[in-house]
Design a protein around this ligand. Structure first.
Ligand code: GLC
Length: 529
């Protein structure tokens, strides 16, 4: 052997798959997905070729924010099963040679959590300081000008004590005080509890927001704040200098990383930031192993925008293999819907995903993305998302149940009534029908994952961005592999020649530089010159 072997973490170059438990698969027929349901459907994920599953919260919760309001961090909500079911799921995950990452929700808990109940009941007691309390501002209103991610003031009054508490999300999700060492200790224990049960890591919810400014200073206002504007318009009326992205959160990441390292587990941040430099800052040092990059979730299909959204983090982050690129999650409209709907939307989504899968890092697919699903239709009287008053902002459309096979509730549940409606799926949307068609979306996504798995050059090595006369093309090179996307509405010459390794529209064989690429498609070739 020449020299010491450099061992790579198991997640290097892995492929992730997000399971939104409520909507994945319902084993007990109550209309809500559950842990047994996940265990039953692991074949699908393994067959797709993913390595690591991220499971959304299944903890006891009043479900005001669909489980992101946790009332007991070390349990399983009866809606989703039991701890025993969880242990069985871990076993099943192992037997499929998959890994399991669970959601850690440390920014806030439920107002029904024992900690908050005790904090309200006894303002002098030890739990009061688990949360962030302040006296009213001089006008008797909220103590500062912070707004929540879901709109409105980030403060609610506790009438009994006359003090306000902070919540960056719903009033039912009080923010924890990460400057209190007791909170830090509590989460050390929670993390160990799940690591001891065998999980392979955590996806840290709202990682960018944990520690707040010590003095809770006002954020600089950059536009008028209109209280009935959309939640994002409200959020963007301020520069978030003091509420999020505080450097002290890095110490927490480093602490969790140390614990995780004892178990060979991974810490992935839901780093919800849109500036590459901010992501780079959060991925500095010895903290997060991976950080999500969400920008591709909010871009249009335009070559320059796509290039910038991909190139920015690759250039800013010291080690780009720490980036988790995504275009889809349980929080945003599904990409085919965003990109024009129907087959055009689907083609564009796969075109973009192909670019992500050919870049360094750990890309994640969101359940149903591999089926080319558009958003499900959810009538107004069936909406469940608390932020869904405005349909364009509701997250219900991307959360409707997965269509597994033709029949009752498309195989998601034995019940005809499901927590969200099936959303208007057809048999052609189902995994079963798509599995037997080698031109289906599922077949194309599976082939994309397979490409990523068999081409080490896509995982390691630099990304070289390539120029092209055609402004609609986005192209880059990874070693001997060239990736070209035609983002425009017209056909365009590939510009490079070589053997086709993958094509979103089923091109095979080899191409010359004048071969025409269909609109809304990506081709991956091994260049011959
Ligand atoms: C994250 C979750 C989202 C949730 C929010 C508050 O952004 O992905 O679903 O509403 O955190 O916990």
């Amino acid at each position: 052997m020449n020299g010491a072997e450099i061992s790579q973490p198991w997640w290097k170059g892995a492929i992730g798959y997000e399971v939104y438990v409520r909507s994945f698969s319902d084993a007990n027929g109550d209309g809500v997905g559950d842990l047994k349901g996940v265990a039953d459907r692991l074949d699908h994920i393994a067959d797709l070729g993913a390595d690591v599953i991220w499971l959304t919260p299944f903890y006891p919760s009043p479900m005001v924010d669909m489980g992101y309001d946790v009332s007991d961090y070390c349990g399983v909500d009866p809606l989703f099963g039991s701890l025993e079911d969880f242990d069985e799921l871990i076993e099943a995950v192992r037997s499929h040679s998959l890994r399991l990452v669970i959601d850690l929700v440390p920014n806030h808990c439920s107002n029904r959590h024992m900690w908050f109940q005790a904090a309200i009941a006894d303002p002098q007691g030890p739990y009061r300081d688990y949360f962030i309390w302040r006296d009213p501002g001089p006008d008797g209103g909220p103590p500062n000008n912070w707004v929540g991610y879901f709109g409105g003031s980030a403060w609610s009054l506790d009438p009994a004590s006359g003090q306000y508490y902070l919540h960056l999300f719903l009033p039912e999700q009080p923010d924890l005080n990460w400057r209190n060492p007791a909170v830090v200790d509590e989460f050390d224990e929670i993390i160990r509890f799940w690591l001891d049960r065998g999980v392979d890591g955590f996806r840290v919810d709202v990682a960018q927001a944990l520690v707040k400014d010590l003095e809770l200073r006002d954020n600089p206002q950059v536009a008028p704040w209109v209280p009935d504007a959309t939640r994002w318009e409200q959020w963007e009326a301020f520069e978030h200098r003091y509420d999020v992205n505080q450097i002290e959160s890095l110490d927490l990441f480093a602490r969790w990383r140390q614990i995780a390292a004892e178990y060979d587990a991974v810490i992935i941040g839901e780093t919800y930031v849109l500036e590459p430099e901010t992501l780079a800052q959060m991925l500095r040092g010895d903290g997060l192993d991976l950080g999500f990059w969400f920008k591709p979730m909010s871009i249009d299909i335009a070559a320059e925008e796509i290039r910038e959204a991909l190139r920015g983090p690759i250039e800013a982050v010291a080690d780009p293999s720490m980036i988790s690129f995504v275009i889809s999650s349980h929080d945003e409209p599904r990409p085919p819907t965003r990109f024009g709907g129907g087959d055009l939307g689907r083609r564009r989504a796969l075109m973009l995903s192909t670019l992500l899968f050919c870049l360094p890092g750990v890309p994640f697919l969101y359940q149903g993305e591999e089926l080319g699903l558009v958003d499900g239709i959810v009538a107004e009287d069936r909406r469940a998302d608390p932020v869904g008053a405005d349909v364009s902002l509701s997250r219900d459309g991307c959360r409707t149940p997965i269509p597994w096979e033709p029949g009752v509730s498309f195989g998601f549940s034995a019940s005809e009534v499901t927590w969200l409606p099936d959303g208007g799926r057809t048999d052609a949307d189902t995994a079963k029908v798509q599995r037997s068609d080698d031109r289906s979306w599922l077949a194309r996504y599976r082939a994309l994952v397979a490409l990523r798995r068999r081409e080490p050059e896509l995982v390691d090595g630099p990304v070289v961005w390539l120029d092209h006369d055609n402004p609609a093309l986005v192209a880059f090179r990874r070693g001997t592999v060239v990736v070209v996307a035609n983002t425009g509405d017209d056909r365009g010459a590939v510009g490079w020649s070589g053997d086709v390794l993958y094509s979103t529209v089923g091109l095979g064989g080899s191409v010359s530089s004048s071969t025409e690429l269909e609109p809304a498609s990506t081709i991956v070739i091994r260049i011959s010159n």
